[in-house]
Design a protein around this ligand. Structure first.
Ligand code: IPE
Ligand code: IPE
Ligand code: MG
Length: 262
């Protein structure tokens, strides 16, 4: 039996969640939490202090997603390419992500958040894996916002892993390669039940995807913010959700709207 969720604490400004009932809300929001290192360096601090400051931003944005009723929030915490950073920074990111999940697990659980993890298990420290597993297990019956914590995650790796699973089934005679479609591939992603990404946000000023949710974001609306991640909060998220409500999504279709002026 899961317990009734409690509301997250209010935003420091006292501002409450806007009424989204008249605009379309994205089911799945993906965030590249970028700009931590530059934010810290610009303040005369080491890069790792930027990661540290990102924790409060993450918790506030999750609170905002819960309040707005976003179904899935995917956050990019460590990419398959981030191993190229200095050993000290990689070590910090391992330890820090593990500790954030460990110390925030009960709070997220109390808000009704279901935590899932996306990524490759190889190379992740055992103690980090253990904390992720604990959080997933503890929150698995929650029915609120899903927090998809992407750690040692790469979009290409996820698609390659799906291709590998399909190839193994085909080699074992359990799947006919002639019948493979996009839907087949989607079934072998890390979390096939999650809906496609509707809104893809990247903080930190760069206009790139950096290998995040390549398959799932194929029709996402892209929003690039100059704001560094440590300065983001739920108000930032709500602004993004309002912007999304004004987008016209076409998914390849077209509408004739001849201008009356001609
Ligand atoms: C994003 O911030 C966090 C991770 C990649 C773990 P960065 O560390 O990339 O910060 P910048 O982009 O160098 O400022
Ligand atoms: C993307 O940011 C990865 C995460 C936020 C975890 P990066 O900072 O690693 O991306 P690039 O290297 O600037 O493309
Ligand atoms: Mg970066």
């Amino acid at each position: 039996m899961s317990k009734a969720p409690v509301a997250p604490p209010a935003h420091v400004s006292g501002q409450t969640v806007p009424d989204f009932s008249h605009s379309s809300l994205p089911r799945h929001v993906a965030i590249v939490m970028d700009g931590n290192g530059r934010w810290a360096n610009a303040r005369g601090l080491k890069r790792t202090e930027g990661h540290r400051a990102g924790e409060a931003a993450l918790m506030d944005v999750i609170a905002g997603a819960v309040e707005a009723g976003v179904e899935v929030l995917s956050v990019y915490a460590f990419s398959t390419e981030n191993w190229k950073r200095s050993p000290a920074e990689v070590k910090f990111l391992m330890t820090y992500s593990r500790d954030v999940i460990a110390r925030r697990r009960d709070e997220l659980d109390s808000w009704g958040v279901r935590i899932v993890w996306s990524g490759r298990p190889i190379r992740i420290w055992k103690s980090v894996n253990r904390e992720f597993e604990k959080a997933v297990e503890q929150t698995k019956h929650n029915t609120g916002t899903v927090l998809n914590f992407c750690f040692n995650y790469g979009g290409q790796a996820e698609i390659a892993d799906a291709a590998g699973k399909i190839a193994r089934l085909a080699a074992a005679g359990k799947l006919n390669p002639e019948t493979v479609t996009a839907e087949t591939v989607a079934r072998y992603l890390y979390h096939p039940q999650l809906p496609p990404v509707d809104l893809f946000i990247r903080s930190g000023g760069e206009r790139r995807i950096s290998n995040f949710l390549l398959w799932q974001a194929s029709y996402a609306e892209l929003l690039f913010l100059d704001l560094p991640w440590p300065e983001a909060d739920r108000l930032t998220l709500w602004d993004c959700l309002l912007w999304f409500g004004g987008r016209e999504r076409r998914f390849g279709t077209a509408v004739d709207r001849v201008s009356p002026a001609y």
